[in-house]
Design a protein around this ligand. Structure first.
Ligand code: PGA
Length: 258
């Protein structure tokens, strides 16, 4: 399979007020606009309150903007929620769905993630669907089974392609901990995810980008991004500092296939 153009995505989580967010976005935008223009796709996912501000700062340039969650319904009496169309209206072209902090912290299940993915697609957003095993599941040797079940349950049965769907493998125990699986483990898991996608969507699976997420940082990015079936990264902590995020982007650029 030919290598896919890599996607380096920053998940800002519940961090940054407008001024800081604008500064961070501007630095990343400057990196992307520099002479050695990125040979990877760049994405930042700020909190919803500053999504539009960040989109305006980036001015439709090469760095895309995404939301961190959306509701499955298009509108209605859902106090505090935000729809996929609202994210799109604010300038988003992606949305992260099924992040483990929502699955485990807020009780989101596969069925609800699947409904949200459909809503995102309906609003023209690309969905970054997160999957990953807990440490207990890993210790019990259940990692691949857990991931297969999450893929089956979280992805709509039809209409998936490389333009509207990205899958992020984020071992729950690696998020924000500084711990990562070995490169061999990541490669094995990503190969498994690719095979599951092939069963589910056929040849289009070859176009769906698979991101690794969980304590990715400048020091480990190049070796992780070089692995088979790793088509980018979903970065939390290291996405809050422009120099770290851009160093990871540079690691992806250096491996670009174009
Ligand atoms: P981390 O977070 O890079 O801080 O581990 C990744 C994520 O939660 O997407």
């Amino acid at each position: 399979m030919a290598a896919l153009r890599k996607l380096i995505a920053g998940n800002w989580k519940m961090n940054k007020l407008a001024a800081d967010g604008q500064d961070l976005a501007a630095e990343i935008g400057d990196y992307a606009a520099a002479a050695e223009a990125p040979a990877c796709d760049l994405l930042v996912c700020p909190p919803a309150t500053i999504l539009q501000t960040v989109a305006e700062t980036l001015g439709g340039g090469p760095v895309a903007v995404g939301g961190q969650n959306c509701h499955a319904e298009a509108n209605g009496a859902y106090t505090g929620e935000i729809s996929a169309a609202m994210l799109a209206d604010g300038g988003a072209s992606y949305v992260i769905l099924g992040h483990s902090e929502r699955r485990h912290g807020l009780g989101e299940d596969d069925a609800s993630v699947q409904n949200k993915v459909s809503a995102a697609h309906g609003a023209g957003l690309a969905a970054i669907v997160c999957i990953g095993e807990t440490e207990a599941q890993r210790d019990a040797g259940q990692t691949l089974d857990v991931l297969s079940a999450q893929i089956d349950g979280s992805l709509p049965p039809a209409g998936l392609d490389g333009a509207n769907t990205v899958v992020a493998y984020e071992p729950v125990w690696a998020i924000g901990t500084g711990r990562t699986p070995t490169n061999e483990e990541i490669a094995a898991v990503h190969g498994h995810i690719r095979a599951c996608l092939q069963q589910r969507v056929g040849p289009a699976a070859g176009q769906i980008r698979l991101l690794y997420g969980g304590s990715m940082k400048p020091e480990n990015a190049a070796s992780i991004l070089a692995l088979d079936n790793v088509d980018g990264g979903l970065i939390g902590g290291a996405s809050l500092k422009a120099s770290d995020f851009c160093a990871i982007a540079a690691a992806a650029d250096n491996q670009a296939v174009n």
